[in-house]
Write a protein that binds this ligand. Sequence first.
Ligand SMILES: C[S@@+](CC[C@H](N)C(=O)[O-])C[C@H]1O[C@@H](n2cnc3c(N)ncnc32)[C@H](O)[C@@H]1O
Length: 332
Amino acid sequence: MSSRPSSVVESTSVIMVSTALDQRMVASALSTQTTLVLMVSTTLDQRMGRPVLHGHSGFDVVVVDGIAGEVDEVARRLRAAGSVYAEDEAALLCAAPVSHAALEAMVARRVAGAPLEHVLGWAEFCGQRILLDDGVFVPRRRTEALARAAVERLVAVARRSPVAVDLCCGSGAIGAVLLAHRPDTTLYASDIDPAAVRCARRNLPEAREVCADLFDGLPAALRGRIDVLVANLPYVPTGDLPTLPAEAREHERRIALDGGADGLAPLRRLATDARSWLGPDGTLLVEVADAQVPAARTIVARAGLHPQLLPDDERGCVVLLGARRPPVTTGV
Ligand SMILES: C[S@@+](CC[C@H](N)C(=O)[O-])C[C@H]1O[C@@H](n2cnc3c(N)ncnc32)[C@H](O)[C@@H]1O
């Protein structure tokens, strides 16, 4: 790997820097007459946009392909460890604003099987960077459909300050997307796992976080007032847990995954109370596996809600809505 500057440089005529952070550190310390040789991986340059110093005045900037070797070496190690997206992962790891020693530790963790998102400390979700702590459920790309459906309901609420609840919030990824699209939302985020709640607090400083079982921690005054109740519940049948990828089995908590015998035990418990918490036009939104659709629909209908499906064939799961009011039909 190439060397990473460990301290700020003051008057060097030619120095070598690699990551974006290194470049920023150097930019703030260099005198204006310095010629700076940027050692930037072609891969990084393309992926991360132009290196930050391109925009600075007062430097002669010469870009050479210096840390391509670093990215290539990390990619080689990840590939040897079985990573399918070794080049992409290597580019992300090498772009982390950390010292050489810290990068080495990150690569070692990834090689040992930790999820990339836990190693990086963030996950991308609906175009947002969600901070992620070890052990907290990694937001899945398939759940973006659930978040988008929830956003659609939320932005359709005509009055100001709609009320939304991200139940079983994990890192708070869904709540973060809701707030990004409707910043005047009064958002509650709740999870039974204290580590998840701590993580959600980092992502949702504007929200009210609660650590509790399902609705237990929500203020009673919220009953009958929720416009959007979104819950990405655990829904893996207990018997299927051993078939999950090792990254999930070994690095995510069982409580985040295990949905009981048929995977729908949490939904049954949630549905029992959901109607009384929803406002007159409120909607419950959950994600279930394709195979669970008939049973999940019945659960939602028996709870007094009007079920509607938003299928997504490519992901093996669907978004299931349960609205308090029946959907409007055109009568054509
Ligand atoms: C599948 S993860 C979803 C996390 C997050 N919403 C997401 O999509 O990334 C399920 C979450 O539900 C939480 N959970 C499990 N049982 C719960 C319960 N009874 N009450 C509240 N949260 C629960 C877990 O701790 C976990 O964070």
